[in-house]
Design a protein around this ligand. Structure first.
Ligand code: FEO
Length: 387
């Protein structure tokens, strides 16, 4: 694919990672892109870079427009290596280029690349004159690392948002109006749930900081460029960052001999009878990063495991560790499971749900194989607790 002109003189020159299936534990079934943008002005400016192994691809795209050794300014909105990996190649060709980054960015880049490049610190409110255009910087710490910032070009009404509003999608299409909307939004939700969710309060601050800007195009650092669905993505980011949920319950479990599954199905029926959208998610067949996407909009999180070796199944432990780290708030939690003797699993799950800050429903712990009578009682008790 060639470089793509977004606006006159503003180009996408990123890299497409068709093969990526794992982004530090997050299953990226659709691959990803690392978006880099080139502005042709009196000062030739490159905004963000790509993963190291796509550097040649980025350089080839830049070469279609200009000599890649003619770059004056590099804006590094974020130092994480998916957006800075090709920086050494760019700087090899442009040793005198100025690199603009936030204070934490300028602190972090030499610790990654061990180079004394010409770093320039920029902060919220600072402006950089390119000639015909200007760039304004807004620091957005923790969206996704402490160094993050976004860059706004008022002449083009473009927000270069880096990780914010990204989606892990590799595609031949570059713009949101060329791609199925539901898939794009599903991937944006998955990205938020697996990358951005712990920093929701900082997202709210970032949304407030950019709310006064006249934005016609959002150029994120992953996935599709948004020019047609800006209000929808902003609305969803407001909802997700406020931890607003839907009338939806998840029953997440693993099972040894099918008893915990029986409990899971009884729980599902209780939510169904109370009119809740629900999902039964067996950890043997559903990846934890896909479950997190569902958690983004779910009010009730029910997690079940049988007791194994006085503990929980490793699949359930993995889910709970991931869940706790991603820190959703304003949820209800329910621990359940079957046991033969001992029966520690339910308390272990409940403790972690409590540490997550969830409001707890009465735990469900049943020995050996529950019969219909017991499951009926379980359903009735649970229906009475569901709000
Ligand atoms: Fe896409 Fe925080 O890097």
């Amino acid at each position: 694919m060639k470089a793509i002109e977004i606006k006159k003189g503003v180009y996408w020159v990123g890299g497409i990672d068709w093969d990526l299936r794992n982004f530090h534990g997050y299953l990226t079934q659709r691959g990803s892109t690392y978006n880099s943008y080139l502005i042709i002005d009196e000062k030739i400016t490159l905004i963000d870079n790509v993963k190291h192994y796509l550097a040649e691809e980025q350089l080839k795209r830049i070469s279609e427009i200009i000599d890649p050794g003619k770059i004056d300014f590099v804006i590094q909105n974020h130092i994480e290596m998916d957006h800075s990996g090709s920086l050494p190649k760019i700087m090899e060709l442009n040793p005198d280029a100025k690199i603009f980054a936030s204070p934490k960015g300028v602190e972090g880049l030499p610790k990654h690349y061990k180079q004394k490049w010409n770093f320039q610190v920029v902060k919220s409110g600072d402006m950089l004159d390119l000639g015909k255009r200007k760039l304004h910087f807004v620091q957005t710490p923790m969206v996704h690392w402490p160094d993050n910032m976004v860059t706004y070009c008022p002449e083009e009404k473009i927000l270069f948002s880096n990780d914010a509003f990204g989606q892990h999608i590799a595609s031949s299409e570059r713009f949101d109006d060329e791609f199925p909307f539901n898939i794009m939004m599903q991937e944006a939700a998955k990205y938020y749930a697996n990358i951005v969710l712990p920093y929701s309060s900082q997202v709210q601050k970032a949304l407030e900081a950019v709310s006064g800007l006249d934005i016609k195009t959002i150029c994120p650092s992953h996935g599709l460029i948004l020019r047609n669905h800006i209000s929808e993505i902003l609305k969803n980011y407001q909802k997700w960052s406020a931890n607003q949920t839907d009338k939806k319950a998840l029953i997440i479990y693993d099972t040894m001999w099918g008893s915990t599954r029986k409990i899971a199905y009884a729980i599902q029926e209780a939510f169904e009878s109370r009119g809740y959208e629900n999902r039964l998610l067996n950890l043997q067949s559903t990846h934890i990063s896909d479950i997190m996407t569902e958690i983004l909009s779910a009010k009730y999180i029910c997690i079940g495991s049988p007791t194994l070796n006085n503990n929980i199944l490793p699949t359930v432990a993995s889910m709970l560790t991931y869940l706790k780290g991603l820190a959703p708030r304003n949820r209800f939690g329910l621990a359940f499971g079957s046991y033969g003797w001992g029966g520690q699993s339910v308390d272990i799950i409940e403790q972690i749900l409590e540490e997550c800050g969830f409001e707890l429903l009465d735990q469900i712990r049943l020995q050996y194989i529950p019969d219909e009578e017991v499951l009926d009682e379980l359903r009735k008790n649970l229906e009475n607790q569901i709000q």
